[in-house]
Each structure stands twice: as structure tokens, then as C-alpha cells.
Design a protein around this ligand. Structure first.
Ligand code: NDP
Ligand code: OXD
Length: 306
């Protein structure tokens, strides 16, 4: 069996060593232009030329949860596209979102500024019931985030494409229920996949429907957010602030207005990172199942786009 590895911005030697341990019988190599056909591929943001040459792949394993960049490529219809399911990312995402939420609702930035100014001040506690959290996308990551947020006793709402029922979460689905979901949300967390239906979903119209003084946490993709609309609603005061991990252009360009914006907290696309060993263990399990014609989780529906 041949496994080819084609991952941008990745420590290829470390991945190769670990893949060779996981697949001792396979020939594992970093993809090069003109390589022999492989059976399986492990990828992150491969170039189109990769798929133009590797037309006989049985499956391509994406080492991330989001497959938007992959689905922009022309890939043989016979190649299954397999996304990462959690693989240690869900708990990281839960940590990240809870941190951003609690930092905002406990006013840690205000305390920190006061303490730095040498001021010992008292602030009235803000009731958590006044910060209902709405999670766009109730998949692998969104569901884990909902559980973590509910643990801190915030009201939690979730929005998905198909109807769901989850303990402790008020569930909304479909475009018809989006306005009601937004109107009952004060802290909005975006964990949708990027698809033609969800691109630009965080815009002036939708964000204006959030409760006054709302807070936005975007941890999915930069192209979900219309940046000028966010800036406008921060300036008008309708939005109190935002924590953003993902951007339309990454790295964020030096002259971008998000840098140094007093109401925006930025991180460099690091909310939930791919963990090499857990990821390779998941790929090894799924590849073995595919070889035995067994069903696996995480096969991407190219028509839905996730
Ligand atoms: P999943 O595929 O498990 O979940 C996607 C959810 O979005 C599902 O609940 C789905 O609904 C819902 N959804 C999709 N399209 C629509 C729509 N048109 N309307 C309403 N709901 C919709 O994905 P994950 O939870 O694993 O990951 C989510 C995203 O997080 C990834 O695509 C990626 O972009 C991002 N991500 C970001 C990282 C970071 O570090 N910043 C790290 C990892 C991922 P349904 O359940 O009905 O299908
Ligand atoms: C992912 C990501 O999709 O890291 O996994 O953004």
C-alpha cells in the first residue's frame, strides 16, 4: 500500500515518522510532482496538481475538520474525502470558547485595565442568565462547546441544518428558525463549516438581530464574517465586542483594522489545533475499516459541502 503525504505548513519529517510507525507495511512518502499513484493520501491544502496526478486515490484524509479548501479542488469522484472527527480538537474548542465567553462576562479586561492603573474597584456581578449563548453549527465541535458552556450554567441555544434534540440546549434549525435563534442570543459562537450557504452568514442583517450589546466569537472560517459589517456594528454600539480566531486573509494583513481594535480580541487560527498522534491514530483506524469495506464516520458529503 502506498500512502502519500501532502500537507502545507506542516512539520513533514515528524508526520512521516509517525505515519511509518502507524503503517509499518505501507510505503509512506511526501508527495512530489510525478510520483507513482498512491492508494491513500493524508493532506492539508494540497495544490490542484496533486489531484490532477493522483486520480486513483481510494480516500484522502484531511488533517483538519474543515474541508472548504479541499472542496475547491477538482477531485476524482471515486476518491472518498474523510474529515477529522474531533481528534482532540473538540475539548480545545470548548476551552477557547469558554475562555472568551467568561473573559467577557466576568469583565476581566476591565479588571485588568483597572489593576494596571493601580485602581482597586468593585463591579456589580452580571447575571449569567442575561448572556444566552447561541452556537451556529451543532456538529462535532459545536455540541462539545454547548456542553461546556452549559456546565457554567449559561442558557445555551444551538442552530443546525437538521432538527436536533440535545439535553440542556434549546435547538433551532433551518433558515426559518434563524431569526428566532438570533433574537434569543447575546453571545454568538460560530462553528459552521464554510459552504456556499454559510459564506458571509455573519453580516449586518444577521448580527443586527442579536440582542443589544451582543458579543461575537468566530472560530470557524474568516469568510463567514463580513468584516466591515462587524466594524460598523461595533462602532454603533450594537455589538459589545468580538473574539476572532479566523480571518478572510491569513495571516491577518499588517494594515488590517482588526489589529489594535479596542473591542476585538485576536488569535492566530489556533482555537483547536490538529494533534498529530491522535490524528494519525484516527486515520489508521478509519483506513483499516475502509480496507475491510466497513462504514466510517467523517466521510464528507460533497453536495452538502461538509
Ligand atoms: P461538523 O460537520 O461536525 O458540524 C457542522 C454543523 O454545522 C452541523 O451541525 C451542521 O448541521 C451545521 N450546518 C452546516 N451547514 C448548515 C446550514 N446551511 N445551516 C445550518 N446549519 C448548518 O463540523 P465540526 O463541528 O467538526 O467543525 C465545524 C467547523 O469548525 C469546521 O468546518 C472548521 O471550519 C472549523 N474549525 C476551526 C478550527 C479553528 O482552530 N479555528 C479548528 C477546527 C475546525 P447538521 O448537524 O444538521 O448537519
Ligand atoms: C480545521 C482547522 O478545520 O484547523 O481543522 O481550522
Amino acid at each position: 500500500m502506498r500512502i502519500t503525504f501532502c500537507c502545507a505548513d506542516t512539520d513533514a519529517p515528524a508526520w512521516l515518522d509517525a505515519l511509518r510507525v502507524a503503517f509499518p507495511q505501507a510505503h509512506v512518502s511526501v508527495w512530489q510532482d510525478g510520483d507513482a499513484p498512491a492508494d491513500y493520501a493524508v493532506v492539508w491544502a494540497p495544490p490542484q496538481m496533486f489531484f490532477d496526478q493522483q486520480t486513483g486515490l481510494k480516500a484522502v484524509f484531511n488533517i483538519g475538520a474543515g474541508v472548504d479548501a479541499l472542496l475547491e479542488k477538482r477531485i476524482s469522484p471515486h476518491t472518498r474525502i474523510v474529515r477529522l472527527d474531533d481528534a482532540g480538537m473538540a475539548v480545545q474548542m470548548a476551552e477557547y470558547v469558554c475562555h472568551a465567553l467568561i473573559r467577557h462576562t466576568r469583565e476581566f479586561d476591565i479588571h485588568s485595565a483597572h489593576m494596571q492603573a493601580g485602581q482597586w474597584t468593585f463591579r456589580e456581578p452580571l447575571p449569567r442568565a442575561s448572556f444566552p449563548v447561541g452556537i451556529l453549527g451543532m456538529g462535532v465541535l459545536g455540541s462539545r462547546v454547548a456542553k461546556a458552556v452549559a456546565h457554567f450554567e449559561f442558557p445555551v441555544h444551538g442552530w443546525s441544518r437538521s432538527p436536533k434534540s440535545k439535553d440542556g440546549v434549546r435547538c433551532f434549525s433551518g433558515t426559518n428558525e434563524l431569526p428566532e435563534f438570533l433574537a434569543s442570543t447575546r453571545v454568538l459562537v460560530n462553528l459552521l463549516p464554510l459552504t456556499p450557504e454559510t459564506e458571509n452568514i455573519l453580516n449586518r442583517t444577521t448580527l443586527s438581530q442579536l440582542q443589544p450589546g451582543a458579543y461575537v466569537i468566530n472560530v470557524a472560517r474568516g469568510r463567514h464574517l463580513v468584516e466591515d459589517d462587524l466594524l460598523h456594528l461595533l462602532a454603533s454600539g450594537h455589538l459589545a465586542g468580538a473574539t476572532l480566531d479566523v480571518f478572510r486573509t491569513e495571516p491577518l494583513p499588517a494594515a488590517h483594522p482588526f489589529w489594535n481594535h479596542p473591542k476585538i480580541t485576536l488569535t492566530p487560527h489556533t482555537a483547536a489545533q490538529t494533534l498529530r498522534d491522535v490524528t494519525i491514530a484516527q486515520i489508521a483506524r478509519k483506513l483499516a475499516a475502509l480496507e475491510q469495506s466497513q462504514a466510517i464516520e467523517g466521510i464528507v458529503d460533497v453536495h452538502k459541502g461538509y
